[in-house]
Design a protein around this ligand. Structure first.
Ligand code: SAM
Ligand code: SF4
Length: 334
């Protein structure tokens, strides 16, 4: 179905929990967030009922996210029941990768189609600085597990923050020898995370994708590597979404740039978000939410379907550079 601005909406991102085994500086405050109580979190059967209503408005792809979706009990069974819905073509997951070594096989067998793994640096100390508690090897092991299990494509999401001075070329080079699709994401003003020094998000920390592409090409040239070449549709990884893709000539993977701030993709936005406590969010950057959980309790799946129609109607044309949201990324579902 189309929303009020003519866009086809066929993609639902579902936050399975606001809990996480990391505390990334751009996502959560250092002391964590006051967590939703277990009673507030959607039960697995409620999520299934909401997705059954969602397919009636034309949702065909579902992404499971969070918080860390793999810490949510019942995630494998949920993948299985979503995969059994014949209208759902695609189930994907965004994860920090830590639990993939033990779960990737079960997730694949249950019907998970694709995996995105978040990783912002290949430097072990910087990894712990960014995640506050994580170890680089654990996420790297998750990437290995995803490849070994046969997920394709495996995408790596890296948030870029100017003051962190990440080694972007090292990152882009990961795509050369392995079929990894690394994507750089502009740091977004969502919620009240601590940011690099505890002061939160600031414009000065955003590296516009165009500038980043130039930085990578300059550093590549300094190492005698060729420039990144833009890809056309047929060479882009499946489910390429809002990223612009490039590749080093002959590389197995690609390098993508996601520019929610410097190059809005609002006109192509095809998604709705479901928070872990059962609120439907038409736009990441707008705090407008529809209470689908209450609708489900009071009126069943028909009432949830009405909520989806309302979300289509409420979806804004663009985010108008709004800075900040009430809820953090881990609560909304990044
Ligand atoms: N825990 C999982 C993970 O890290 O992949 C899934 C949830 S996380 C909120 C989803 C994505 O949002 C991650 O790729 C993360 O890097 C990204 N993210 C979180 N806060 C962000 C911010 N302020 N700006 C840009 N991306 C952000
Ligand atoms: Fe956790 Fe993902 Fe947020 Fe990092 S980005 S704190 S891994 S939810």
């Amino acid at each position: 179905m189309r929303d009020g601005h003519g866009r086809v909406i066929d993609y639902l991102r579902i936050s399975l929990t606001d809990r996480c085994n990391f505390r990334c500086i751009y996502c959560m405050p250092e002391d964590g967030l006051s967590l939703m109580s277990h009673d507030d979190i959607l039960r697995i059967e409620e999520i299934e009922a909401i997705v059954r209503a969602a397919v009636r408005i034309g949702i065909r792809s579902v992404r499971l996210t969070g918080g860390e979706p793999l810490v949510r009990k019942g995630v494998v069974d949920l993948v299985g029941s979503l995969a059994a819905m014949e209208q759902i073509d695609n189930i994907s997951l965004t994860t920090n990768g830590v639990l993939l070594p033990q779960m990737a096989g079960d997730l694949k067998r249950a019907g998970l189609s694709r995996v995105n793994i978040s990783l912002d640096t290949l430097d072990a100390d910087q990894f712990t600085e960014i995640t506050r508690v994580g170890q680089l090897e654990s996420t790297l092991a998750g990437i290995d597990a995803a490849l070994q299990t046969g997920f394709n494509p495996v995408k790596i999401n890296a948030v870029t923050v100017r003051r962190l001075n990440q080694d972007f070329l090292a990152f882009a080079k990961m795509s050369i020898d392995r079929p990894l699709h690394t994507r750089f994401i502009e740091y977004m003003p969502v919620g009240s995370s601590g940011g690099v020094d505890g002061t939160g998000w600031g414009h000065e920390d955003v590296i516009p994708s165009e500038e980043l592409l130039q930085i990578i090409n300059e550093r590549a040239a300094a190492e005698g590597l060729p420039e990144l070449v833009p890809l056309d549709g047929k060479d882009k990884p499946l489910g390429w979404g809002p990223a612009r893709y490039f590749a080093f000539p002959g590389a197995q993977g690609t390098v993508g740039f996601i520019s929610p701030l410097s190059r809005h993709f609002c006109s192509e936005c095809n998604r709705l978000r479901l928070t872990a406590d059962g609120k439907l969010r038409p736009c990441l950057f707008s705090d407008e939410e529809i209470d689908v959980r209450t609708a489900l309790h009071d009126g069943g799946e028909d009432a949830v379907y009405e909520c989806f129609l309302q979300a289509l109607h409420l979806k804004p044309d663009e985010h108008h550079d709004k800075v900040g949201t009430e809820r953090n990324m881990s609560q909304i579902g990044g």
